[in-house]
Ligand binder design. Structure first.
Ligand code: PLP
Length: 434
């Protein structure tokens, strides 16, 4: 029977029988990956809990994944709306844009967020920091050795595995061969001692940190930049949480550090600045002074990756990015961040009251809580808290072996949800005697 649309397709499964498997070898790197990516795994456990306890559906509060919840404020929203409207006019319409982003946005990022330390043509606008991390990996290729903070945002390690830079995971240590893990603990202020581990080609550092909430000091970053220079390492600095820094003297960008232009790349994003987690807009800075061993410019290779594999961030979204960087937009971002920082403070105070050791949550949206031994491992604690309070958290072990014994809580939930979650947590978690 004829379909009413020209696009009606016939389901091939009803018309042919074919082989069950393609004759293609699976990329062996995927078999090395341990389990699913962390956040879908959390969602899976939450769903499975709700399947068993459907009555709890309306009680679940998520302090898990670091996803923003507050609406996009008016000036920034207007930028997005106007960007969309332009596409409906002859004069305003635009198709493919520059793969590196609109020149106007690159220049505004350089001026407003980097005070001119960075030039417009060193800024590559993208659809977010996470895809940029993978693009950097594609540029570095399979032969580099990477060093990561332990615990850390899982994308650095997982993309290294996918790229084939690593060996298998040691199931006891929960560490991959050929990745250098730099322990970050309360004792070292969650800042890695790169000098105590072997040299890596690429060093990933995230500040303010996900998951520990630690923001690196100027002295710490000066030491790391110096060491990377001496060892010939490239530092990939993830500044996705930079606007949460409110403490005096804490650098918001690695390029505030002398010498960083010769060793560092910075990945960044509007996701957490302006509630753009779903809108998708980020950027990566590659200074013109950064060179590979053969003297070639890193920026040129990244440009090649962008022009070959990316067709530019959405023009609508880039109009939103321009609005973010107007004075009104910057003020709106500050107000949003104030809101989330207040949530972080409520979380901190709650756990302090319960008697746990609490880290982060001052210049960061994450609170990192040390679990008492009585709670078992961090996945056990996650499960117990979910069952007792219907609050979703993230087990520290999900961020690497160094996160075992900790729980990460996100301050991105609405205020009422944070307050309610804290009430339940306080009731459920027995005070720890000193
Ligand atoms: N970097 C860190 C440290 C993050 O925690 C996140 C998201 O949670 C990202 C990057 C991803 O940013 P984007 O939304 O721009 O892909």
């Amino acid at each position: 029977f004829a379909s009413s649309t020209a696009f009606h397709l016939q389901n091939p499964s009803t018309t042919s029988s074919s082989a069950l498997y393609a004759g293609v070898e699976r990329n062996a790197n995927f078999a090395k990956l341990a389990g699913g990516y962390l956040f879908p795994e959390i969602a899976r456990r939450r769903t499975s809990y709700l399947e068993e306890n459907p009555a709890m559906k309306d009680r679940v509060i998520s302090l898990g994944i670091g996803d923003t919840t507050q609406p996009i404020p008016p000036h920034i929203l207007n930028g997005l709306v106007e960007g969309a409207k332009q596409l409906g006019t002859k004069e305003g319409y635009s198709g493919y844009g520059a793969e590196q982003g609109m020149q106007k946005l690159r220049a505004k990022i350089a001026e407003k967020l980097y005070n001119g330390i960075i030039a417009a043509d060193e800024v590559f606008v993208s659809d977010g920091a996470k895809p940029d991390i993978m693009r950097l990996q594609q540029m570095f290729g399979p032969k580099v050795v990477s060093a990561v903070q332990d615990p850390s945002y899982p994308v650095y390690v997982d993309t290294s595995v996918i790229m084939g830079q690593t060996g298998e995971q040691d199931t006891n240590l929960k560490q991959y061969e050929n990745v250098i893990y730099m322990p970050c603990t309360p004792e070292n202020g969650f800042f890695p001692d790169y000098s105590s581990v072997p040299r890596a080609d690429i060093v990933y550092l995230c500040s303010p940190n996900n998951p520990t909430g630690a923001a690196a000091t100027k002295e710490q970053l000066e030491g790391l930049v110096k060491l990377c220079k001496e060892r010939g390492s490239i530092l990939v600095f993830d500044a996705a949480y930079a606007p949460f820094i409110r403490s005096e003297g804490v650098p918001k960008s690695i390029f505030e550090i002398e010498g960083a232009r010769e060793v560092a790349i910075e990945v960044n994003s509007f996701s957490k600045y302006a509630g753009f987690t779903g809108v998708r807009l980020g950027w990566t800075v590659i200074p013109g002074d950064l060179k590979f061993k053969d003297g070639s410019l890193v920026r040129n290779d990244f440009n090649r990756i962008m022009t070959t594999t990316f067709n530019g961030a959405s023009n609508i979204v880039q109009a939103g990015g321009l609005a973010c960087l107007d004075d009104e937009g910057l003020a709106e971002i500050d107000a949003l961040i104030d809101y989330y920082l207040k949530n972080a403070n409520i979380l901190r105070e709650t756990f302090e009251k319960i008697g746990y050791d609490v880290y982060g949550g001052v210049d960061a949206p994450y609170v990192f809580v040390k679990l008492p031994a009585s709670m078992g491992g961090s996945w056990d604690a996650f499960q117990t808290i979910l069952e007792k309070t219907q609050v979703v958290t993230i087990p520290g072990a999900g961020f690497g072996p160094g996160g075992e014994g900790f729980l990460r809580l996100s301050a991105f939930a609405p205020r009422e949800a944070v307050v309610e979650a804290c009430k339940r947590l306080e009731e459920a978690l027995a005070p720890v005697s000193a």
